[in-house]
Structure formats: structure tokens, C-alpha cells
Ligand binder design. Structure first.
Ligand SMILES: *[C@@H]1O[C@H](CO)[C@@H](O)[C@H](O)[C@H]1NC(C)=O
Ligand SMILES: *[C@@H]1O[C@H](CO)[C@@H](O)[C@H](O)[C@H]1NC(C)=O
Ligand SMILES: *[C@@H]1O[C@H](CO)[C@@H](O)[C@H](O)[C@H]1NC(C)=O
Length: 305
């Protein structure tokens, strides 16, 4: 009874929110892509002719990686920071310069990482730690509570607050998020919110837990899986072999990176999977553990908004 009336109350509250939001008009965060309408189309990393308008295709970071984690705990359970049950978490959306090299902290005027890694760039430039309001407040300022809610549930950090982790996953090395791409009406931090939307869009293409489960690969503290089994299962649904990262000398599965070439912008464009250009750190001979999580480290996130 109490649960039922609670649900009714929640639904009424939702309706109230919906009618309030229909009165509001939230600012758009998408870039101004009208300049790209007549640009030649090519998948990133596949045509060596320099791209004229770098707002229209990610360059030089045209090999785009959607990365995810399988953690078994967060370390901040006591603060309610829990993992989404039966779901791999978001790590980020990374640019690679088509050759294994990549940029980091490419625009220090948009540096929002409180704990930069590395602290000094390869050319000797120091990366000052950010100590302003968290990037979560940027998302809230644009009224994007739906995005914030998704990020809190699916983009979960281990050992640090979620928003510190999000601040590390900057878009400053991906040309289609450059401030200039937003046109004359750019609003501060629009690019950050736009980037988070792009990360979520790419992440949603890969329900890794489900893809592995489809081949009978479930988290288990009793059995192990071979690297080939894991790669075959992922290729069966994505067409390419992603990178798999393992800890403990290659025996504990921890992460996956899905590689792509992108047609058009990273925000709107088409992502085509390609094989990983990085060798797996998982053992090709030993059994690999895909551990069950500590039950008190997870929660069901699909139940309520
Ligand atoms: C590469 O792009 C250039 C300029 O857009 C175009 O003229 C050329 O045909 C493209 N080459 C290939 C192999 O697609
Ligand atoms: C890691 O694996 C290698 C190769 O299987 C083995 O030689 C080495 O002893 C292992 N190291 C540890 C710390 O288990
Ligand atoms: C499974 O093993 C992992 C790694 O040792 C551990 O953290 C986790 O709590 C275990 N889960 C269950 C359900 O036993």
C-alpha cells in the first residue's frame, strides 16, 4: 500500500515536472554545423587530404575510442556511489591520432580536471589542477538534469567523486568540440555539455554486459574465460575486435575500448567500428576472470527516473 501510494505520488510529481518543463526552453548545446553541409564526406583516418574545416570531422584525433570499465567496487559506497547492476560503466570517448599517439589537455583554458594526469605534458607544459565548481554544475546550469542523472548512474568513478572523473574526460583534443565550432553565440561550457551528450550517445551503442551475456559470458567468481572467447563474443555484435584490458597480470577483465572511424562530426556523425590498434593486456593463454561484483557495490538503476 505504502509502495503503491509512493508510486502514485512519484507519477504525479513527474507530471508536474513535465508541465513545468513544457514552459521552459532549454538552450541548445549542439555546434553550428551548417558550415559542414557542403564539406566532402570521408571517414576520419581514411583520407590523408587535410580536412579544411576541422569542426566537421575529428582531426587529428580521428580514431575514436568509446571506453568502458568493469569495476567490482567504487570505494565510495559509504557515500552512495554505487555501480549500475549488470551494466559496464562509462569511461570516456577518446581521440587517437590514427597512429597510436594522442593529445591530452589540448586547451588549458578549458581544463576542468582537479587531479590532472599527467601533471606535465610531454613538451614540458605543466597542467594546473582545476579548483572551480565541478563539471556537474555546468550540466545543471544548462538545465540538463536528464543528462546529469544518466551520468550519475552510468558514469561512475572508482576512488573519486564522479564529477572529478568526468572533468578528466575532456573534449579539448577533439576538433569538433572546439569553441569556434559553436559559432558567435557560444555559451561558456556549452562544449562540455555537448561532449557529455556525445559520450552518452556513443556509449549507448555498446551494452557490453548484454553482448557478452548473449554468448553465455556472465560475471562469475567460479569460472574463467579465454581472451578468444571474449573477443569473439564482442566481434559477433560489433563487427570488430575491441581492446580488452586486464589487471593482475592479464587475468582479471577490467576494461573495453571500442575503436571507430567517424563520418562527419563526433556529435552527429556515423561511427564505424574498426579493430583495436592496441594489443590486449589480457593473457592469451591463462583463464580470465570476469568477476561478479560485491553485491553492496551495485544498485538497480533502471527502476526509477
Ligand atoms: C580524399 O579527399 C579529397 C578531398 O576531399 C578527395 O578529393 C579525394 O577524392 C578523397 N580520396 C579518397 C580516396 O576518397
Ligand atoms: C605474470 O605472467 C607471466 C607469464 O605468464 C609469468 O611469467 C609471471 O611470473 C607472472 N607474474 C606474476 C606476478 O604473477
Ligand atoms: C567476486 O570476486 C571479487 C574479486 O575477488 C569480489 O570483489 C566480489 O565481492 C566477489 N563477488 C561475489 C558475489 O562473491
Amino acid at each position: 500500500m505504502a509502495a503503491a501510494s509512493g508510486l502514485v505520488f512519484a507519477l504525479l510529481a513527474l507530471q508536474a515536472c513535465a508541465s513545468v518543463s513544457s514552459l521552459l526552453s532549454l538552450p541548445r548545446t549542439y555546434p553550428k554545423i551548417s558550415a559542414c553541409v557542403n564539406e566532402p564526406l570521408a571517414y576520419s583516418c581514411e583520407n590523408t587530404t587535410a580536412i579544411k574545416n576541422t569542426c566537421c570531422s575529428p582531426t587529428p584525433g580521428g580514431l575514436v575510442l568509446q571506453t568502458q570499465f568493469w569495476d567490482t567496487y567504487t570505494g565510495l559506497e559509504h557515500k552512495g556511489q554505487l555501480l549500475p547492476k549488470d551494466i559496464w560503466t562509462v569511461h570516456g570517448l577518446w581521440p587517437d591520432n590514427c597512429d597510436g599517439s594522442f593529445g591530452q589537455y589540448c586547451d588549458l583554458s578549458r581544463q576542468y580536471d582537479p587531479d590532472p594526469s599527467p601533471r606535465v605534458l610531454p613538451d614540458g607544459t605543466p597542467v594546473p589542477p582545476y579548483n572551480g565548481p565541478g563539471v556537474d554544475t555546468f550540466v545543471a546550469e544548462f538545465g540538463r538534469f536528464n543528462l546529469l542523472d544518466f551520468m550519475e548512474k552510468y558514469w561512475v568513478s572508482q576512488g573519486s567523486p564522479n564529477s572529478d572523473f568526468w572533468g578528466h574526460e575532456h573534449a579539448t583534443c577533439t576538433s569538433t568540440f572546439d569553441v569556434a565550432c559553436y559559432g558567435p553565440y557560444y555559451q561558456k561550457n556549452q562544449d562540455v555539455v555537448d561532449f557529455f551528450d556525445a559520450v552518452v550517445r556513443a556509449y549507448k551503442m555498446y551494452p557490453t554486459w548484454e553482448i557478452l551475456a548473449a554468448s553465455g559470458i556472465l560475471p562469475s567468481n567460479k569460472t574463467t574465460y579465454s581472451l578468444t572467447q571474449l573477443q569473439t563474443a564482442l566481434k559477433a555484435q560489433t563487427g570488430s575486435i575491441p581492446y580488452l584490458g586486464c589487471g593482475s597480470n592479464g587475468t582479471v577483465l577490467q576494461e573495453v575500448w571500442y575503436f571507430h572511424h567517424v563520418l562527419g562530426t563526433e556529435q552527429f556523425g556515423h561511427f564505424k567500428t574498426v579493430d583495436s590498434t592496441t594489443a590486449s593486456t589480457c593473457s592469451s593463454t591463462a583463464g580470465i576472470h570476469y568477476y561478479e561484483r560485491t553485491p553492496t557495490s551495485e544498485r538497480e538503476v533502471r527502476l526509477l527516473p
